[in-house]
Design a protein around this ligand. Structure first.
Ligand code: AMP
Ligand code: ZN
Length: 138
């Protein structure tokens, strides 16, 4: 399904031009128009899903499988020292385009990109309870 007024549906269809690295019948891999670093790429399924909660598991497998190939190519071309896979869901997580996509962000020693968090302390009993509670929902 294509969603009206979705910028990534339009990119996936080719209605909006993009710097395209790869295209299959299932997804497009493009360069981000406002990259965190040189070589910052996005993998965008052609079928519209708002986020990971809606994404078909088979499509997820295809997207991540291609990410392994794109990551190697981007590393070779940019000479990056590291690379982050980032995938935002919901405004609270920083999602700005509500069409599922995966970021591939090359990292260079000393760059100013922030993909980080303050680590909370945990207590093992509470962690085990939480793990059990989540497991029940699988
Ligand atoms: P997110 O914040 O995870 O939703 O990421 C959305 C990303 O889409 C941002 O990094 C934007 O720079 C990128 N973006 C928005 N419009 C375009 C576009 N027309 N072409 C390429 N990337 C885009
Ligand atoms: Zn869309």
């Amino acid at each position: 399904m294509i969603k009206e007024d979705c910028i990534f549906c339009k990119i996936a269809k080719g209605d909006i031009p993009s710097a395209t690295i790869y295209e299959s019948s299932d997804f497009k891999c493009i360069l981000d128009v406002a990259p965190a670093n040189k070589g910052h790429a996005l993998i965008i399924p052609k079928e519209h899903s708002d986020n990971i909660y809606e994404l078909d598991a088979e499509m997820a497998a295809k997207v991540f499988s291609f990410a392994t190939i794109a990551a190697r190519a981007i590393k070779e071309e940019t000479g990056c020292d590291g690379l982050n896979i980032v995938q935002n869901n919901g405004e609270a997580a920083g999602q700005t385009v509500n069409h599922f996509h995966m970021h591939i962000i090359p990292r260079f020693k000393g760059d100013d990109v922030k993909v980080t968090w303050k680590q909370l302390e945990t207590e093992s009993e509470a962690q085990n309870e939480l793990a059990k509670a989540i497991k029940k929902r699988l």
